[in-house]
Ligand binder design. Structure first.
Ligand code: BGC
Length: 737
């Protein structure tokens, strides 16, 4: 449709119709047979209102969505199609590793490819928009939603966020944005802003951050994805410095619209508009609607607010109609960009679904990405395992033979088509002796939705004993431990992020009879696993690896794929260290050793360093770094300095290393982080091979929010570090003049 036609359509619409476009309801409220009765309809809205809505969330499937769309459009006065949205976070039916695991790949290419596959599957299943990428910076592993983020670093998050946008919207490799094209889905950057910093890691908790921290650490990834062309943004549930995001004018009108130049569709998070009543800044839903529209929310996800009160607010003169026109127009524009006026079903097709959902090509990519997301934390010469040791491997633990490795935000319709670890090993011709050992959850704890494993002491004891017997007669034990997926994700915050106590008991009981333990850890966050690392000879973090998890774990354990992942969040030693992240500030009393003696920075009873730092990850070979060489030791604003290292693979196997560049601004008008990731490169090195790796350091990489809140560099001393993780001390100094 031409823009003029859209304008004409807007003119022809009644106020109620325009407001309707700005409303999203859950699919459960839109009955298949035409409208809109309400299986889960607690809004008690009259049918006349519901038939005008602009969008539905939460249903997939080409057939169902087609029927809904047809019925809906037939009843709509202008036959305007619905925008159909869903949370496709790490895949639609082919499930990829959770985003935190994707972060560990340090691979924008793979992340883009995975998003591309997700987009193809989701559009075939009839969808138009995915609520992804989630680009909340995360530093507190207690928060359940760290699993949805690519981690703790602004630069890494920005690079991977851009990759996701390219993958979803099909604008990769210099292609212009064409959302109507087959396989392209609209992305939605969320949650704006800083939802990843709830106090104490408590879900839905308030957020207090200085403007400098917001701008320097939390905003860049959202901004990068917007600059990459992401067409939607979602608000967040949290307050930001005491103002709920969904009513925060400064955040949405100034930062998002003016500064970040976002001109796409801004949707609230689920019922976040009405939640301003609980937050205590709106007296009722009517006032919440007013706050949200004035602050800039275009579409109200699921609240009562817009659908009930927005038209009335316009009629009473409290809200200018122009604001409704703007919001409605953004919805119409997106529908038009997606080509929905011509083809309201977009790519939804039952045949296509059958053809591509979970097809071989998609599964292969999921397997490849999963393997590359695993982080090898420890290896005392036990990995890779030899396939010839057939018959002497015990596979023990509650994750040994389950497909439930999809993570908290994945809802595959055929989960049984996932691959378990046992199946992955068997596919390699290895037949392990399998024993569950215990249940995933402790009986006295429950997952967020009230599910729990129910069992008796006797049943547990039986499993433990059986596992110990299995371990006794094996040469090597692969122990598959981890937290339950429902201990993570939305509503999945935990105060104690250790592994369930029965799993630790299993570890110790097995260790008494067999020292050759390789532990594979499943989790949606950096769990505290100090004990596991101590007792095991090797530890592989596999997060929630998805559909092909079992194959990918077997690939890495048996050395068919070299581990390559690097931690996208620090792994804490103890819960008390949380929040812990690498890019922190120096104190007035630094503590190089990390353990406290006297009146210096730190704890009396714990190191200040994590168990494993951001960027850390081993493989089945060793890399040696030369000292950092600089092309010159002084740079100007116009010229770059090149920092170079030679990396040598000193081991016996070919492998890939992720070489990381960190910068430290030694003195500034405000204190500066000790290290900031500013670049990374993947280098393939054959056994014995050396390669030079160079990074150009330019003035823009040295900018920050100075004492006057200007984003600028300051002349002075800098250190360029290049190494294999964020704890590297391999640095060289230069000056900016
Ligand atoms: C979550 C969002 C999600 C939305 C729709 C909310 O509860 O915070 O991330 O996109 O629901 O499912």
């Amino acid at each position: 449709m031409e823009y003029k036609q859209l304008e004409q359509l807007l003119k022809d619409m009644s106020l109620e119709e325009k407001v309707g476009q700005m409303v999203q309801l859950p699919a459960g409220m839109i009955a298949k047979e035409g409208l809109i009765t309400g299986q889960v309809d607690n809004l008690h809205l009259p049918k006349e209102q519901k038939r005008l809505i602009g969008s539905v969330l939460g249903l997939t499937g080409a057939e169902d969505l087609r029927e809904m769309q047809e019925n809906f459009m037939a009843e709509h006065p202008h036959h305007i199609p619905l925008l159909l949205m869903y949370d496709v976070i790490n895949g639609m039916e082919t499930i990829f590793p959770i985003p935190l695991g994707q972060g560990c790949t340090f691979s924008p290419e793979l992340v883009e490819q995975a998003a591309r596959v997700a987009a193809k599957e989701a559009t075939a299943a009839g969808l138009h928009v995915t609520f992804s990428p989630m680009l909340d910076l995360v530093r507190d592993a207690r928060w359940g939603r760290v699993m949805e983020s690519t981690g703790e670093d602004p630069y890494l998050n920005a690079e991977l966020g851009k990759a996701m946008v390219r993958g979803y919207q099909g604008s990769g490799k210099g292609e212009a944005l064409d959302l109507a094209k087959e396989g392209n889905i609209a992305g939605c950057v969320k949650h704006f802003a800083a939802y990843g910093a709830p106090l104490g890691g408590r879900e839905y908790e308030n957020v207090e951050l200085s403007e400098r921290t917001l701008r320097e650490d939390y905003f860049p990834a959202y901004q990068a994805a917007i600059e990459e062309g992401c067409v939607m943004v979602m608000t967040s549930f949290n307050t930001l410095n005491r103002i709920p995001s969904s009513g925060n004018k400064w955040l949405m009108r100034k930062v998002l619209r003016e500064e970040m130049k976002f001109d796409g569709l801004l949707i609230s998070d689920y019922s976040a508009v009405d939640e301003m009543i609980s937050h205590g800044i709106a007296a009722d839903s009517r006032e919440a609607a007013k706050l949200a529209i004035l602050a800039g929310v275009d579409m109200d996800m699921v609240s009562n607010a817009y659908i009930r009160y927005l038209a009335e607010l316009v009629r009473s003169g409290e809200v200018e109609e122009r604001l409704v026109d703007d919001g409605c127009m953004r919805v119409l524009k997106l529908k038009n960009e997606l080509g929905l006026f011509e083809n309201p079903f977009k790519d939804g097709s039952v045949e296509k679904e059958m053809e591509i959902l979970l097809c071989k090509e998609h599964r292969n990519l999921a397997r490849k990405m999963a393997a590359k997301s695993f982080v090898l934390l420890k290896n005392e010469k036990i990995l890779p395992l030899a396939k010839e040791a057939n018959g002497t491997v015990a596979l023990i633990g509650p994750y040994a033979d389950t497909v439930d490795m999809f993570g908290a935000w994945s809802f595959p319709k055929k989960p049984e088509l996932g691959v378990t670890i046992k199946q992955g090993m068997e596919a390699k011709g290895v037949v392990p002796a399998v024993s569950k050992g215990c249940f995933i959850q402790d009986e006295d704890k429950q997952a967020k939705v009230g599910q729990k494993d129910v069992y008796t002491e006797e049943e547990l004891e039986f499993l433990m004993k059986e596992a110990v017997e299995t371990a006794k007669s094996a040469e090597t034990v692969i122990l598959c431990l981890g937290e339950h997926r429902e201990y993570t994700g939305e509503g999945g915050s935990r105060a104690d992020i250790t592994l369930p106590k029965h799993q630790l008991e299993l570890l110790h009981r097995v260790a008494k009879v067999n020292k050759n333990i390789v532990t594979v850890v499943f989790s949606g966050r950096p769990v505290v696993i100090s004990e596991v690392v101590e007792v095991s000879k090797a530890v592989l973090m596999v997060w929630m690896p998805g559909t092909e998890g079992g194959n990918a774990v077997a690939d890495v354990l048996y050395g068919d794929v070299m581990p390559e992942g690097k931690l996208s969040m620090c792994l804490p030693r103890s819960v008390g260290q949380v929040p812990i992240f690498y890019n922190k500030f120096r104190t007035g009393r630094p503590n190089e050793e990390g353990t406290r003696v006297g009146f210096i920075h730190g704890y009396i009873d714990e190191s200040i360093y994590p168990l494993f730092p951001f960027g850390y990850g081993l493989t089945y070979t060793d890399f040696v770094y030369s000292e950092v060489k600089l092309s010159k030791d002084t740079m100007t604003k116009e010229e770059a300095v090149t920092a170079t290292v030679t990396v040598t693979n000193t081991g016996m196997r070919d492998a890939v290393e992720t070489v990381q560049l960190y910068l430290w601004d030694v003195t500034g008008s405000v204190v500066r982080p000790e290290k900031m990731l500013k670049g990374f490169q993947k280098v393939s090195l054959k056994a014995g091979e050396s390669k030079e790796v160079s990074f150009a350091i330019t003035e823009d990489m040295l900018r920050f929010y100075n004492i006057d809140m200007e984003f600028a560099s300051e002349p002075g001393r800098f250190v360029a570090y290049i190494g294999s993780d964020s704890s590297t001390k391999n640095g060289a100094e230069f000056r900016l003049v």
